[in-house]
Design a protein around this ligand. Structure first.
Ligand SMILES: [Zn+2]
Ligand SMILES: [Zn+2]
Length: 143
């Protein structure tokens, strides 16, 4: 699989029991639908409720179609940006076909900065929580 942003071959990295794809050039990560689902299912019970209690429900807004990034899985499908306001407004790029999600380094930094503040209260490792948070954003597959 190739990075949708710069075309670098993505490397598989292991995050707990789930393998995700990471670009070592731009530090973006790709999460496919099954990985997101696995991560969401592995959420520690109560975590989502805790986050919601503290920060309220996330607000998602449709963004624009990115005209240069294409889904690394489907290839012929352009990624669609979505703005998520939770801790801070960030944009994630999702594939409308396979429902995978691309997060670039800047988006990760924005989220992780806030995740770190939050983690001081929740005492849990940042990246994993962040990915679980993203997994919670997973749109339902249309029937
Ligand atoms: Zn890249
Ligand atoms: Zn796709």
């Amino acid at each position: 699989m190739k990075c949708p942003s710069d075309g670098t071959q993505l490397a598989r990295i292991q995050l707990e029991q789930v393998a995700i794809d990471k670009c070592h050039q731009c530090d973006g990560i790709w999460l496919d639908h099954s990985e997101l689902k696995q991560l969401r299912n592995s959420s520690q019970p109560g975590l989502e409720e805790d986050i919601e209690e503290e920060y309220g429900n996330p607000v998602t807004q449709p963004g624009s179609i990115d005209d240069h990034m294409r889904c690394p899985v489907c290839q012929d499908v352009g990624l669609v940006g979505r703005h998520i306001s939770y801790f801070k407004p960030v944009k994630v790029d999702g594939c409308p076909k396979c429902l995978g999600m691309w997060l670039d380094d800047q988006e990760l930094d924005t989220l992780l900065e806030d995740k770190q503040e939050m983690n001081e209260e929740l005492h849990s490792p940042g990246v994993m929580d962040f990915v679980k948070f993203v997994a919670g954003m997973l749109p339902k597959r249309p029937r």
